[in-house]
Write a protein that binds this ligand. Structure first.
Ligand code: GLY
Ligand code: MN
Ligand code: MN
Length: 437
């Protein structure tokens, strides 16, 4: 699928209405969005891979640095595309032109000329990563990334338009192909590095096109939550793959955990049990449910799973209250997903700003909002055997409630995470991942 032009037109119309409303509320005349600039490695002449600033990317899939977009009520947005004429680098092409008709577009050869063309007025709010450049270009300090205006843009980004949902679903479709290719190679003993190569090859992309560095973990490495090494080690019994894809700037974020028949049977029971918990949590996504309630429900269900498999001597609320689940499930249940893998506004209290902190004892929960139609969240419970956290539990008063001999047998299996991307709809949810993998 390429982006359906009609969906994009509606998306842009909604973006313009939101911008008009935000400008009136915050008393600005226009918004100047900066695509961003690459960051340079220290004492080097090379840049880190470039990523477009998300507030710019929400308007246009145009790639590359230094472009400016001037959003003004009453007229089409003015896109100032920087296309340098040089023989060192290849400027990002306009690409599929389905979106260009919605803009007034001018091309300039460099950033200086782009700023001259934009010529922001005193009441133009600048949004971007170059505050000094903006001030030099005439933007007053109070109009550089103004806090309240930024919060409104963030809040709006958390409520996806149908175009954005279609992009995230396409990113799921693409990532699913990689997951299926990697899984097949795991079953024939592939190494971490081979499994990763097959993943990017199935997507037809290179690493820098991925929305985040893939987590390709065999056996005990599945216990490192953000494990990004790719070893030559092969013949794993457990394979945790947390890897996504991009489509027109939008990300997917998918995790699967697979085992071979030679894997410890209790661990295989845990995988089946966690899969069923994860699916029931996905099914519970609907407007009006506070996301922290789902996170809590995940802990209680995981307590029952650990009890049922003999790892804990208590289950349910009792095990959760005794702090027995956190060492096995130390991260949050999920987060917003969109242009960024960990998308903005997960803890924002209202469109105007403010923060809802995570519950005590759960500092890594990135989403404390109540679910609303149009949000896309990940649902990613996990069960891990993390030596560092197990050491802490071993010396805690609740240590006698754990079967340590069984835990020791499970440590070489690493851990399990299962992650889908779920859209909250008016009357429930739609799982954007499951139809594909
Ligand atoms: N892939 C990172 C995460 O699941 O949050
Ligand atoms: Mn995630
Ligand atoms: Mn993930």
């Amino acid at each position: 699928m390429s982006a359906p032009a009609a969906l994009y037109r509606d998306h842009l119309a909604r973006m313009r209405r939101r911008a008009t409303d935000t400008l009136a509320a915050e008393r600005f005349d226009a918004i100047l969005l900066d695509a961003g600039r690459p960051s340079r490695y220290f004492q080097d002449d090379q840049d880190a891979p470039f990523r477009t600033n998300p507030p710019f990317a929400q308007w246009t899939p145009l790639e590359g640095p230094h472009h400016l977009l001037l959003v003004r009520p009453g007229g089409p947005p003015l896109l100032i595309r920087v296309a340098p004429e040089d023989y060192w680098t290849e400027p990002a092409p306009l690409g599929d032109p389905f979106w260009v008709g919605e803009f007034e577009i001018v091309e300039v050869p460099d950033e200086e000329k782009a700023w001259k063309r934009a010529s922001p007025g005193r009441r133009t709010a600048y949004i971007g990563d170059a505050p000094e450049r903006a001030r030099a270009g005439g933007v007053p300090t109070e109009a550089v990334n103004p806090e309240r205006l930024l919060r409104r843009l963030d809040w709006d980004r958390s409520l996806k338009t149908p175009y954005e949902v279609a992009c995230i679903e396409e990113a799921n479709r693409r990532a699913a192909k990689g997951h299926l290719a990697s899984r097949a190679a795991f079953e024939t003993g592939g190494s971490e590095i081979e499994l990763h190569r097959l993943y990017v090859s199935a997507l037809g992309c290179v690493d820098k096109d991925l929305p985040y560095e893939s987590i390709v973990a065999l056996d005990e490495k599945a216990a490192t939550l953000h494990y990004t090494v790719k070893r030559a080690v092969r013949d794993g019994k457990v394979f945790l793959l947390d890897s996504g894809a991009r489509h027109l700037g939008y990300a997917s974020d998918i995790t699967r955990t697979w085992t071979t028949p030679a894997c410890e049977p209790v661990f295989r029971d845990l995988v089946r049990g966690l899969e069923s918990i994860q699916q029931s949590l996905c099914a519970a996504v609907r407007p009006g449910i506070p996301f922290p309630d789902l996170h809590r429900a995940a802990h209680v269900r995981i307590a029952d799973l650990l009890h049922g498999t003999g790892i804990l001597r208590r289950g349910g609320e009792e095990a959760f209250a005794a702090g027995l689940t956190t060492p096995f499930f130390p991260h949050g249940l999920g987060h917003f997903l969109g242009l960024q893998v960990h998308d903005v506004a997960g803890r924002q209290a209202a469109r105007e700003g403010g923060e809802v902190p995570p519950p005590e004892g759960h500092p890594f929960l990135r989403t404390t909002r109540t679910i609303e139609e149009g949000q896309v969240v990940t649902v990613e419970p996990g069960v891990y055997f993390i030596p560092m956290l197990l050491r802490g539990l071993r010396s805690a008063p609740a240590a006698s409630l754990v079967d340590w001999a069984l835990v020791d047998r499970l440590v070489p299996c690493g851990g399990i995470r299962i992650e889908d991307d779920v859209l909250a709809t008016a009357d429930g949810h739609r799982n954007l991942t499951r139809p594909h993998v």
